[in-house]
Design a protein around this ligand. Structure first.
Ligand code: ZN
Length: 498
């Protein structure tokens, strides 16, 4: 190791340690921390965040990065770590520290304001705070923008490199053209799929047994990972030997089941990152969208495929003999694939999910690029739901107030959810060409599918961008047609339309 890199590496160890402790607090907040802990623990988190900001923006870090950039002896991994560190530093350093602190305080507050407004179904109570968050986000984006660059493109780039409004307009355009009419056809002409047996008396302890069984079956390593419970399921990791997923249990057995498959998909990604990358700035998933591609790949393309259930459905019936003994595999699989337009994104089925995201994308563009009057948001939101999904929220809690993201200033984040679906479909069509995908699932050889993804996607962490990963794996740049084709084929057949 060169002297310059050794210097940087020492500094990075400290920032990584600070980041790891922040992640641990986040996990704790969502799972086990008592209700009253809030403001007391927030103080500790505030101090640690500021230490992180200081360590990253410090002159010593700048000098170490510069020295590394001039050092020609660096390995390609070391170069990638330098590049990633520099990017993170620039992201922080372009914001004056006073504004960084003010915004951190604002978002801590705005999340609470949003929660209360949602409880009271009152958008007006949230609007002034949202307005402030938007102003900060625009200002921060303007600090990072290159000459003439649109602010929303800057925001999008922060979550998914190489995906600007042009690419996304094309992507969502194709989606809208196909899915909106398909949904109408299903409503008018599609057969009825019974699914009421998925709801009822599904005891929590049995659901937990099912969750662990499925996690193990997928290859989620419980020696390097844990399964917890939280109101909103999520995945986090300290490094590739400590990956944590959660689910929540209710009387819809498929809700927790598919949360587990989804989060275990995220988990497999993190567990699959190479040892030499973990605990460095490149030791995470390539991007938000690529992460979602893996979780949704397992949730939908694998987990909602009939063949996946062939080797294990008998065990599921054994766990729930009263609830499922008369339900055939086919009935079970049809029910978990049922498509029904609804109001809430997190409860959406596979077919309608990306339309929820598309609506947020269209609105974000209006907010950032066209200075949309915030007061008009609830009505435009409701109109778009009616137009695309045929449903209209009765109040803002079921509409514009349902997601936490805007209260935290995460503008540009939503599209990654839909992109993940599209990345996954592109990978799926490629994999079907080179392996007997359905046959492997039917024979219980899911490990071969997982190992393929580990070899081509997971192990690289942030060494490649999502676009590079797609290109190197499938031989083709991002192509949204696969996703549209996948949805069309699958749901026309499920509903007897073709
Ligand atoms: Zn996810």
């Amino acid at each position: 190791m060169s002297k310059a890199y050794e210097q940087l590496s020492g500094l990075l160890e400290k920032t990584m340690a600070l980041q790891t402790s922040l992640i641990l607090f986040e996990w704790d907040n969502e799972t086990l921390a008592p209700e009253e802990a809030g403001s007391y623990t927030a103080k500790v988190i505030g101090i640690l965040s500021e230490e992180y900001y200081r360590a990253m923006t410090d002159k010593a870090m700048e000098d170490a990065i510069e020295a590394c950039e001039q050092d020609l002896s660096l390995t390609s991994l070391e170069k990638a770590i330098v590049r990633e560190t520099k990017e993170e530093r620039e992201r922080l350093v372009c914001i004056p520290s006073r504004e960084y602190r003010e915004f951190a305080q604002l978002t801590a507050e705005s999340t609470r304001v949003w929660m209360k407004a949602r409880q009271e179904k009152n958008f007006d109570a949230f609007a002034p705070t949202l307005e402030k968050v938007i102003q900060y986000q625009k200002k921060f984006a303007s600090y990072r923008a290159k000459e003439g660059e649109a602010l929303y493109n800057v925001m999008l780039d922060g979550y998914e490199k190489g995906f600007d409004m042009n690419t996304l307009d094309r992507f969502f355009g194709e989606l809208k053209e196909t899915i909106v009419p398909l949904l109408r056809d299903i409503k008018e002409k599609g057969r009825k799929i019974p699914s009421d047996f998925l709801q009822g008396d599904y005891p929590e302890d049995k659901q937990r047994l099912l969750a662990v069984m499925i996690g193990e079956y997928m290859g989620f390593d419980f020696k390097r990972g844990v399964l917890g419970v939280s109101a909103h399921p999520f995945t986090t990791n300290l490094h590739n030997h400590d990956v944590r997923i959660t689910t929540s249990y209710n009387d819809h057995v498929d809700s927790s089941l598919f949360s587990v498959i989804h989060e275990a998909g995220h988990g497999l990604y993190e567990l699959g990152i190479a040892d030499e990358l973990t605990q460095t700035p490149v030791g995470q998933g390539a991007s938000m969208g690529m992460h979602e591609s893996q979780s949704r790949f397992f949730e939908n393309i694998v987990g909602r495929n009939e063949n996946f259930w062939v080797p294990i459905y008998g065990k599921v019936q054994e766990l729930f003999p009263e609830q499922l003994k008369d339900i055939t595999l086919k009935q079970f699989v049809d029910a978990i694939n049922k498509a029904e337009p609804g109001l809430i994104r997190t409860e959406a089925d596979e077919l309608t999910y990306s339309l929820h995201v598309m609506i947020r994308y269209e609105l974000e563009k209006m907010i950032v690029e066209d200075n949309l009057d915030i007061q008009k948001l609830p009505k435009i939101w409701a109109d778009k739901y009616e137009e695309y999904l045929g449903v209209r929220p009765a109040n803002p809690a079921e509409g514009v107030l349902q997601d936490i993201h805007w209260s935290q200033g995460s503008f540009g984040y939503f599209p990654s959810y839909a992109l993940g679906n599209a990345f996954g479909a592109q990978l799926y069509y490629h994999m079907r060409k080179i392996m007997d995908f359905d046959g492997l699932l039917r024979e219980g050889k899911i490990d071969q599918i997982r190992d393929y993804l580990r070899e081509h996607i997971h192990q690289y962490g942030k060494l490649k961008t999502s676009r590079e990963l797609l290109k190197d794996t499938t031989g083709e740049d991002f192509n949204p047609s696969y996703y549209v084709q996948y949805l069309k084929e699958k749901f026309s057949s499920l509903y007897g339309l073709s």
